[in-house]
Structure formats: C-alpha cells, structure tokens
Design a protein around this ligand. Structure first.
Ligand SMILES: Cc1cc2nc3c(=O)[nH]c(=O)nc-3n(C[C@H](O)[C@H](O)[C@H](O)COP(=O)(O)O)c2cc1C
Length: 366
C-alpha cells in the first residue's frame, strides 16, 4: 500500500511539519543530574536528519521539587538544563527537524531508583497513588497554583529557546491525569468534583496559563489517555458524550492538538464504531489529533518493558485510517527508539531493512 498519506505536510498554527510522523515521547534516563548530555543532543539530531516530522522529547520535569522520579531524567528549568535544551533544539533545527518538549510532572508515582528521593514532598490531588493507596499529602491551594505556574513557565522557556511547540503530559496516571481520575482525585474543593469536567480544572488552568505565556499562534499539544499505568482498564470517558464534555473545555482553554495515547492504535474507543481515541477526539473537537500505539510493530510497549520483542508489522491498517482522515498525525515510539532511520526506510519502501524492537535498545541511545 502507498505510504503517501504519511508524507503530506501539515500546518498547525505557526508550525509547518513536512510529514505526519511524530516521534513519541520516550523517557531515556540519560541526563545525569537532569541535564541533557551531548549524546542526548545527537540522539535527537539523528531523528531530525532522518525525516521525523515532529520530534516530541522524552518527558522533562517542570519546576516543582518532586516533578520527577528519576535523577537521570532531564529537567526543563534551571540555567544549565535550559542551555543544554538549547543545544538540542539548535541541532534539530540545523538538521531540518521540528521539536516539542514534553512537559511532565509525575505526581504520586514512586521513584525509580531505590537510592534516590526527590528534594521535596510528592505532589498529588489527594495523596493517593492509586485508588485507596495513601502515598503523601494532598496538595494545598498554593501548591496547585505553583504547579500551574511551573507548567506555564516551562512552556514560555520552550518558546524562548526556539522549540516549535510544547506537549503537556496529561496521560498515563501522572499528575495532570491524577486530577482527571476520580480514583485518585477525591477532592471536594474547586480542583475536584464528581464530574470529569470538574476534575479537569487543573488541566484547564494549566492550558490557560500556558496560552498566556506563549501567545495565540504557538501550537500547544496535550497528551491524554483513558488508561492509567496503575490500571489499564480505567476509562475516564465511558461514551462520546462524556468524552466531549472532557475535551471541549480543554480545547477552549488552549489545546490545539490532542495526542491520544493508546497501547494499540487499532482498538475502537467505544462500541458501535471503529473510531479509535484520536478518531473520536478529532470528530468531537474538530482539532488535529495524533494517534499512537504499536505502529509498525507486532507487540505493545508495556509487554516490551517486560522483555517481549516485537517484529516489524504492516502499516496498511494505519494508512487506511490516515487516508480517511480519522486522525492527522501518527506517533511512533519503539520503532524510532530502535532505529533512527525508520522514517526514511518507510518512505523509500525499504521494508526488509526495518528492525525488530528488543528491550536491550532501551539501554542505548541509538
Ligand atoms: C522507553 C519508553 C519510555 C516512554 N516514556 C514516555 C514518556 O516520557 N512520556 C509519555 O507520554 N510516554 C512515554 N512512553 C510511551 C510512548 O510515548 C508510546 O506511547 C508507547 O511506547 C507506544 O508507542 P509504540 O508502540 O510505538 O512504542 C514511553 C515508552 C517507552 C517504550
């Protein structure tokens, strides 16, 4: 099947992308002390040289004491950290690429290194890491306001450094998603509530503050997922009506693009329609959307963490959906982690050169 649908340009506000392929955000933990190294610069440069339309960075921490759970994950605040990110975006631009940092706060998610704890208390809406599981203290109003401000400042810094866009990490059970999720947001003040639109206030306030910081014409992406790392079966929105009530206020507050995270992009979001999450988000909001999840690979990423290898898989099902404009962009994770040349190989029909994904690739910056 022709791959032409992947290689059409797209304009999103001030950003023009050469094609529809985004590199999915992937934490790599190669930034000791929170500062991206030269190897990290070169890792992103290789994706830009090899035709990725939009590189979305690994999650990078905003300025709250416990925004990260790993000392080797890059921060997006502080002089040395931002100087290193400037090297990243300059290298990407010199190679003809476009890039957005993924702005991240992990919230109540345990540290990944036994020997290390963050330099301050964990932030979370209700002090729960999963339903019924106490982890810390609920954030005070002042702490919530400071977290909103931290996201906005990071977005402003991204624009000032020359990044083409920013992505807010509102998915996978991290801080922003913890506010969305009734299972861990049991607040009864203005940051909580019985309905999803009420619990979306934290994301809405972040989007508004980001928009004030970056201006009208700068593209803002928000990544969302129904599933949580704490529970793959959670569905924040049970039907299209609830999904619309969730997404419309986010669009009104300043989200230009919805990055709809699924583990397998072909799974329908609701009964009675083939549309996936990105398909529904586009239909309900009219905004451009990004799909993701096992593109070009036989297995999904959580199993990959457990050691399962994935083989190259046909793109036909994806291409059919893209040709129908079910969604606008396609994010590719592991295939691009394993192989910086994945896009040019797909473009040039070099299918027999596509690589399998091996867990060992996570320990290397190819
Ligand atoms: C090593 C690794 C690190 C990841 N880190 C992040 C992250 O920092 N932020 C995020 O939103 N998703 C993260 N993800 C999820 C990916 O962005 C993507 O949604 C997932 O891998 C599915 O895409 P794939 O099947 O093409 O790999 C990570 C995935 C992997 C494999």
């Amino acid at each position: 099947m022709s791959t032409d649908a992947l290689f059409r340009p797209i304009q999103i506000k001030s950003m023009t992308l050469a094609n529809r392929i985004a590199m999915a955000p992937m934490t790599r933990s190669f930034s000791p002390g929170g500062v991206p190294t030269r190897d990290v610069v070169d890792y992103y440069r290789r994706r830009a040289e090899n035709g990725v339309g939009l590189i979305i960075s690994e999650g990078t921490g905003v300025a709250r004491p416990a925004s990260l759970n790993d000392p080797n994950v890059p921060r997006f605040h502080g002089e040395g950290e931002l100087a290193a990110w400037k090297d990243v975006i300059e290298a990407v631009h010199a190679a003809g690429g476009k890039m957005a940092p993924q702005l991240w706060h992990v919230g109540a998610v345990r540290t990944r290194e036994a020997e290390w704890t963050p330099p301050g208390p964990y932030d979370s809406p209700s002090g729960l890491s999963s339903p019924g599981k106490q982890f810390g203290e609920p954030m005070s109003d002042a702490e919530v306001a400071d977290a909103v401000d931290a996201f906005a400042k990071a977005a402003g810094a991204a624009k000032a450094l020359g990044f083409d866009s920013i992505e807010l990490h509102g998915a996978h059970g991290y801080l922003i998603d913890q506010f969305f999720w009734h299972g861990v947001n049991v607040r009864e003040d203005r940051w909580g509530g019985k309905t999803l639109p009420e619990r979306s206030r934290f994301a809405v306030e972040i989007l508004k503050a980001v928009r004030r910081e970056v201006g009208e014409d700068y593209p803002v992406i928000i990544r969302l997922s129904q599933w949580k790392q704490q529970d793959f079966n959670v569905k924040l929105a049970a039907d299209p009506k609830e999904m619309e009530a969730w997404l419309s206020p986010l669009a009104d507050a300043g989200a230009d693009v919805f990055h709809c995270s699924q583990r397998r992009f072909w799974e329908p979001e609701f009964e009675g329609s083939d549309l996936n999450f990105a398909g529904w988000a586009r239909k309900l909001t009219g905004k451009p959307t990004i799909t993701v999840g096992s593109v070009g690979l036989s297995g999904e990423f959580i199993a990959a963490y457990g050691g399962e290898a994935s083989q190259p898989a046909s793109l036909d099902g994806l291409l059919e959906r893209l040709e129908r404009d079910e969604f606008d962009l396609v994010a590719v994770g592991r295939a691009l982690l394993q192989d910086p040349e994945w896009v040019v190989k797909v473009r040039d029909g070099r299918e027999n050169e596509l690589k399998s994904f091996e867990r060992s690739a996570m320990a290397v910056l190819y």
